[in-house]
Design a protein around this ligand. Structure first.
Ligand code: F6R
Length: 611
């Protein structure tokens, strides 16, 4: 939510800031703005150019020849104050000597604002952010770093900020508490951003700023210290992602590119953890045999798509390890009193590794058990630094707001975790393990086959795009797949979609069925397939249209369905990884037919760093 960039060096900062923002637009796109020390007019003033709306609006507002060696930028996902010009960042203090961008929420902004208003400060926006600029002004004499720290000591909430001062023209001040910030190191130049893709074109040497840290970034140096002035030495990490991985590569949308990348992403996940000799190798996880054997329960906690992956993981862990698993929305888990104790394993799943609720759930779990594990995509993100163990999903950068390859790689990671735990606990024998590993290694090819149905799914989407309500059904480990399919459709096409376990139909939802509400049903081969068929017949008897996800060549399933979305056959426990493919493609093509802005759906942002 909200993206921040910064640049200091010898190059023109303006195009670098704009380009960085374009890579962060997935974090919010209500407004965009930059601030820089203006060289072009010779004024040397701190200039702000900002606009309501997409980055493209801002780009066209920037006069030709604008140049600067230092600047910060922001793309907004509105929390306090409507999307508008005045509420767009960056924000000035009263003197226009300090300018600031912010990602997060300042919880005590009302009281701070009242105090500042009483002290004579004049506000121009409705944002919570502006209070920080004025607070810094209060403390600013000659050291902007001191003033920022003093101001932040009064602020409660979650934030990442970047600030410039007209009087200290050789530095950017950045700080974080609860929202991500990374520093990209260059030669004679340095970069700042909310996320890695924004700097990938220039550097892969990254420093991750930690909670309650402030960085003073000049063109040649980065000094990090805590809010309490303790100096921090931190080595940069060289990350393996490159710029092309975060580029659209000729595809119409990131979402389509990322859907089609799934076989490769999955291959990457599997090859990281399953060695050719059949052993597992985990770089950041060392759950020993004793711990695994003594585990009482597993808690899986996440939000959105990551939660749906966790729901599938429950079936696998219970099946392969014989440990009971509880799955919880992070936003619910953190506000109840979960009965989690020292012999429980808390698994948090997050693509970004920054989701506020998931992070809070991790912290709560860590107070009660030392066995915490993050399944995360983004390298070095907060969850990976706070969880005791990490399994990276290695999906590569996911830019499309609707999560796709992150989901399938989370599934793969959960499956690998289940098999590994099963092995450690002795609930899976060597022979069975080898078999599972072989089946797992066949998956990328099967995914490829599932994706080859793309054109047929595009056709089906045309027939379905005119409906406004959808029901998604699945049973057993395909129920979470139905949930995920419905979520994909909702978020990118703005159509109403509900998902249920098919057995629940008769307990209420069947009342919705008529010829205007199509059902998308997962009906691939499984021990509950016949039950699924019965549920589908019940829908058809009520004139409901059914698009079935079925195995290629399943003639019985074919006969029942109005539309068939085919996937290849494999072992039942692996089918969720294939069944999600037609769901993703269907949602994508329906949204495209409806002319929706697929990579930037309204009201959403990819990384939800506020509650
Ligand atoms: C949906 C989607 C979201 C995220 C959720 C959690 O397509 O992307 O539901 O899954 O916001 O995000 P992470 O996984 O980053 O914690």
């Amino acid at each position: 939510m909200c993206g921040i960039v910064g640049y200091i060096g010898e190059k023109n900062a303006v195009p670098i800031l704009l380009e960085g923002l374009s890579k962060l637009e997935y974090r919010g796109y209500d407004s965009a703005g930059i601030s820089f020390l203006d060289e072009s007019t010779g004024s040397g003033q701190l200039k702000v150019i900002k606009r309501e709306g997409r980055l493209s609006v801002l780009e066209s507002a920037i006069p030709e020849g604008t140049s600067a060696r230092l600047g910060i930028g922001h793309t907004r996902w509105a929390t306090h104050g409507v999307p508008s010009f005045v509420n767009a960042h960056p924000h000035f203090d009263c003197t226009h000597e300090i300018v600031l961008v912010h990602n997060g929420i300042i919880e005590n902004y009302r009281e701070l604002k009242e105090k500042l208003l009483a002290g004579g400060h004049v506000f121009t926006s409705e944002t919570d952010t502006e209070v920080i600029a004025h607070l810094i002004e209060e403390y600013y004499e000659e050291d902007i770093e001191f003033a920022v720290k003093a101001a932040l000591n009064e602020v409660k909430g979650a934030y990442a900020i970047a600030a410039l001062s007209l009087r200290e023209r050789d530095r950017i001040i950045a700080a974080r508490m609860g929202s991500p910030l990374i520093i990209g190191l260059g030669e004679g130049e340095n970069f700042l951003a909310s996320d890695i893709p924004a700097v990938l074109k220039y550097t892969r040497r990254i420093i991750f700023l930690d909670e309650r840290e402030v960085a003073v970034i000049t063109k040649d140096e980065v000094h990090i210290s805590t809010f309490r002035n303790t100096r921090v030495e931190r080595e940069p990490v060289t990350i393996t992602w490159d710029e092309t991985m975060a580029a659209k590569d000729g595809y119409e949308h990131f979402m389509l590119k990322e859907i089609l990348e799934q076989p490769r992403a999955l291959q990457q996940t599997i090859s990281q953890y399953v060695c050719p000799d059949g052993k597992f190798s985990f770089e950041h996880m060392d759950l020993g045999e004793d711990t695994a054997r003594e585990l009482n329960r597993v808690f899986i906690i996440a939000c959105g798509t990551s939660l749906h992956a966790g729901m599938v993981g429950k079936y696998w862990i219970e099946q392969f390890c014989g440990i009971p698993v509880e799955v919880d929305y992070a936003s619910e888990f953190r506000y109840r009193s979960p009965l989690i104790s020292e012999r429980d394993l808390a698994v948090v799943i997050s693509q970004s590794g920054e989701t506020a609720d998931t992070l809070a759930a991790l912290r709560l779990s860590a107070e009660r058990t030392k066995h915490t594990l993050g399944i995360v995509n983004v390298l070095g993100s907060t969850i990976t630094r706070e969880a005791r163990h990490t399994i990276y999903t290695h999906a590569g950068p996911e830019i499309g707001v609707a999560s796709t390859k992150a989901f399938t790689t989370q599934l793969a990671a959960l499956l690998i975790l289940s098999l590994h735990l099963g092995k450690l606990r002795g609930s899976i024998g060597r022979h069975e393990l080898t078999l599972h590993q072989k089946q797992l290694s066949d998956l990328p090819q099967l995914l490829e086959t599932a994706l080859s149905m793309q054109e047929r799914i595009e056709e089906t989407a045309k027939s379905l795009a005119g409906y406004s309500d959808f029901l998604f059904l699945g049973r057993n480990m395909n129920f979470p797949i139905a949930l995920e399919g419905a979520l994909k459709l909702k978020e990118i096409s703005y159509l109403h979609a509900e998902a249920y376990p098919a057995g629940e139909m008769k307990h209420g939802p069947i009342a919705l069925i008529d010829e205007r509400m199509p059902t998308i049903a997962v009906a691939t081969g499984s021990h509950v397939q016949e039950k699924m068929f019965s549920n589908i017949q019940e829908i058809k008897a009520r004139r409901g249209l059914v698009a079935g996800i079925i195995n290629t060549g399943d003639s019985k399933a074919r006969e029942i369905m109005d539309f068939c979305l085919e996937v290849p056959e494999t072992q039942e426990y692996l089918m969720p990884l294939l069944n999600i493919i037609p769901m993703q493609l269907l949602a994508y093509y329906i949204a495209r037919d409806r002319g929706c802005d697929i990579d930037k759906p309204r009201n959403l942002a990819k990384s939800v760093t506020v509650e």
